[in-house]
Design a protein around this ligand. Structure first.
Ligand code: UTP
Length: 299
């Protein structure tokens, strides 16, 4: 049975959808309440047993390295002020058994190209790919569910969720036959198809557990007009040689790469956050009641 210890976090995109916030600061550092998106993603991976975290970074992404690095000054100041809990919170961002490795993608040449940048570090091991702008909540954590499916079938696994039949999918869409309630034997995968061309209603949710064979298919791909190499066609080409599964995870996805998804995550997390849930919930109810009573009024 193959184990998964390595995860690739591609964070080298140009982040156009959150400009100007992302002009000098990466989208993955946007916080949902008090924690950046990349930290939620790392916590999910660590819960799944991942110990080697490979970040594919680019221009302006160094703050991600700082976030997972030890910060002696911050910890020292917090302890000196008696803020022991906060010092421990800061210290625990990177668990001691976990290694962070940073690889620079010189140009943003696509997600597939970013994954290819990790090839030397991955070698012949299976590995996860985690897109931090998809914030996934699940119990057990979604990547842990996927690693379990991977180990059971010894096949690559793509995390998917069902989307509205008439809605366009902003990600890849898989086609195939259900093996059981949640596992699909994939026969095709298409990037952002028009609704009438989508092979199913199961869209990729920013999580993959892949066999290293995917690198051969990434390398064999003819780059797009701007030199870009994408992950979806490489997985499609892999289907000719080996089985790939899609897994409909148990949990909820927030597409924090869009403003709407980011706001939905913020509101849902705030309604559960131990410091603010009461006050925020009361404010929100008042606000919604106010809107219902007098449409058009602002507060
Ligand atoms: P997106 O398609 O979300 O692009 O990339 P983006 O640049 O991050 O954001 P928008 O759409 O312009 O707002 C999917 C994932 O692939 C990474 C991104 O960081 C994101 O995690 N990526 C994309 C790279 O690491 N390198 C690339 O060249 C492209």
């Amino acid at each position: 049975m193959l184990a998964v210890h390595k995860a690739v976090f591609p964070v080298a995109g140009i982040d156009t959808r959150f400009l100007p916030a992302t002009k000098a600061s990466p989208k993955e550092m946007l916080p949902v309440i008090d924690k950046p998106l990349i930290q939620y993603a790392v916590e999910e991976a660590v819960a799944a047993g991942i110990t080697e975290l490979i970040f594919i970074t680019g221009r302006g992404k160094r703050v991600i390295e700082d976030h997972f690095d030890k910060s002696y000054e911050v910890e020292h100041v917090l302890r000196a002020r008696g803020l022991q809990n906060l010092a421990e919170l800061v210290q625990s961002i990177k668990p001691p058994n976990v290694n962070c490795i940073y690889v620079r993608q010189a140009e943003p040449l696509g997600l597939g190209h970013a994954v290819l940048c990790a090839q030397k570090l991955i070698g012949d091991d299976p590995f996860a790919v985690v897109l931090a702008d998809d914030l996934l909540e699940g119990q057990p954590p979604v990547l842990e569910q996927m690693v379990h499916i991977f180990s059971h079938y010894d096949s690559s696994v793509i995390g998917v969720e069902e989307f509205e039949a008439d809605g366009a999918c902003a990600h890849g869409v898989v086609g195939g036959r259900h093996w059981d309630e949640r596992v699909i034997n994939v026969s095709s995968i298409v990037e952002k198809p028009a609704p009438e061309k989508a092979p199913s209603c199961f869209g990729v949710a920013g999580r993959y557990v892949l066999m290293p064979a995917v690198f051969d298919h990434l390398r064999a791909q003819r780059p797009g007009p701007h030199g870009e190499i994408e992950l979806t066609p490489a997985i499609h080409s892999m289907l000719e040689e080996e089985q790939v599964l899609a897994y409909e995870f148990i949990g909820k996805r927030y597409d924090c790469g869009t403003k709407l998804g980011y706001l939905q995550a913020t509101v849902d997390f705030a309604l559960r956050h131990n410091e603010v849930h009461d006050a925020f919930g009361a404010w929100l109810r008042k606000r919604v009641d106010g809107e219902t009573a007098a449409p058009g009024t602002t507060h």
